[in-house]
Design a protein around this ligand. Sequence first.
Ligand SMILES: [Zn+2]
Length: 306
Amino acid sequence: MFCNLFERRFCPSWIILVLLASLVSAAPVLAGDMVDIQAPDAVGTGKAFVVRIGTWYPLEDLEVRWNGRSVRPAVTKTGERSEAVVLLGAGLREEPGVRSVEVVARIWGHERRFSRTVEMVPSAWDSEVLTVAPKMVHPPKSARERIKREHETLKAALAKVSPERYWRAPLFRPVKGRMLSRFGLYRTFNGNVAARHTGLDFRAWLGTPIHAVAAGRVALVRALYYGGNSVLIDHGNGFFTMSCHLSATKVKEGDMVKPGQVIGLSGATGRVTGAHLHLAAFVLGAVVDPEPFFAGTVPGELMKGE
Ligand SMILES: [Zn+2]
């Protein structure tokens, strides 16, 4: 040490350290003058949010890093102004705390880094009690391998971050029926097994047409153990939605779909108590609450339209 505790107040090396620390903390403020990063100050776990990036400088090779994942949103140029929009999310099971949205880009041939902090705060979730077939609570040994395989397939599909953004705000409502069961619920199945509800349930009588919430490419069409007949759509830049429990599917893997296009008919396949639509949303692999997309309350003002 350069000085002992009693002399600390007057110690020159300590003053230098303080000066250095203030310079370091001032750096993002200087950077912020070049690139404007709009993001909410706080976001609840299990929620999606929008980040808008704008600059009057020529922006190239834009990359946005968040929570160990990365996305390269397209940059739109209007005159001298460069802008990009990216959807990010706080996972349902994330530890609350402060994270950084990091923006890496080339400006006049030089790599520049900017950042903006977003605090993940705990969300409050309700609970509900359900009764389903016993094999859906305690899957037989023969089904366990299948469930594991399906989980891996879904994880691999969600790991893809398509360079093109197909989704546009606002999203199309997948079915007219009202919301039956919200995202995040702590569920008790048959009185003893708890699970989380990782999607949103909509009322949809058997055979009701189910619509794509946004444009995208059909990533998976599968009959899943829990999800039943399911369609996973890649809306681009790491945003996906999955419609489950369908009685019939109307698209195949690789198809491009338009917002509102019928992708299947509602049903009661998989782990269900009756016919309905289960809609799940994923952002860079994190499962998030789809409800704010339809209620117009996505932090970051996604639903203002584009
Ligand atoms: Zn559901």
